[in-house]
Design a protein around this ligand. Sequence first.
Ligand code: GAP
Length: 466
Amino acid sequence: MLGATPKLCYPIRAMSESEVQGTPSAPKEVHDLKDMADLVSLCKRRGFVFPSSEVYGGINACWDYGPLGIELKRNVKEAWWRAMVDREDVEGLDAAILMHPKVWEASGHVATFSDPLVDCKKCKSRFRADKIPAENLASKKCPECGGELTEPRNFNLMFKTFMGPVEEAANIVYLRPETAQGIYVNFLNVQQSSRQKLPFGIAQIGKAFRNEITPGNFIFRTREFEQMEMQYFVKPGSDMDWFEKWKAIRIQWHLDNGIRKEKLRFHEHGPGELAHYARAAFDIEYEFPFGWQELEGIHNRTDFDLGRHQQYSGKKLEYFDEESKERYIPYIVETSAGCDRTLLVALVDAYRTDGDRIWLSLHPKLAPYKVAIYPLMKKPELREFSDKLFSEVRKKFRATTDDAGSIGKRYRRQDEIGTPFGVTIDYDTLSNGTVTIRHRDSMAQERVSAENLVRYIEEKFENWGK
Ligand code: GAP
């Protein structure tokens, strides 16, 4: 099938790239990402993320995912969905972005989903009042230019639009600022149709919109983003146990994606930070080049949400507990991760450079491509073997092929997009059926049998990080 095929013969021998090229050199110091601009540039150059509407000069804090960005994003979502919904006790949902406006009154968003805002009268800069030094706020002095600041005023973060042709107050609807409310209002629909008993969860991935005052840091804080949220409905009294369980499950998920342990930590919300609905809240934080910041929130939301929707809709949202024969409003433990922010963490955490080479040390389950296949030269006989091998490999893994430029340049291109393995077909391949497999992170090279290539890669992926 793939030309001459020797018996199982992997690995034949492992060699470093410099050894293969005959230029051994001292190992270089490897650095993490220091400057976000380097990542923004890589993302543009390689097709992960582009500024939105770039030909018109872009639009503030909106970004488009290119061919590799969308692959990475799909992999993030797939990893989340598998971990969160491939369980007996969780069901999936995809609720509409536009919801009845009363939803946002009941949830508290109309009244309280706002940030205090101050403007500088001189340089026109705009700040969140809670994010500037207290002395600037007290003296009304702009932290940028020293000009006079306005009094803080509350600015609601929800985007408004109109439903139907008439633009009047009665027709205002909001773009949802979180996916969670779509789950709460469907609690009984899902529970009854799926015949779930407490405790059980409902999970959803979807767009959310916030008219953020200070968006920025690339895709860290944007005005349009995706959330991956799960609401776990539990019997009152068992909520803190479940809260602790979900905290542990969620941090483990980030570790399973290959994120370095020392870059993750929990941050507990103190009394001043707790949202109006929460009894307890922890953030999972990541250490970005711009400091420790929230990646995901885990909240004990009590019976606040279902209680409010019951009150505002006039419809009972109670659960009948067949065991205890009681009716009650369940408590909710929420896990809420930003999809874009998880993707950003994957990129930041994976970014490595030794001064010459840049590579993304992505976990294979997140990497856009798992394998790249290269014919050493553009010769028909090498191309033919390479095409056959490529079509075999891509049955199993997302793969790419590249025959343009020197093999070194081709390796570098794939390093920058995080492809874990490169496979080169040369003249030895035609005579003995072996190919060179190159490892992204170590640059080590091995000769393996083309016949066993898929199994070889599968084994490496199964044992990744072990
Ligand atoms: N339902 C609860 C909720 O929405 P949140 O802490 O406001 O809680 C949850 O948001 C997660 O959504 C955050 O941890 C973050 O990952 C992501 N997120 C929130 N605002 C964002 C924004 N403007 N841009 C990108 N991601 C955002």
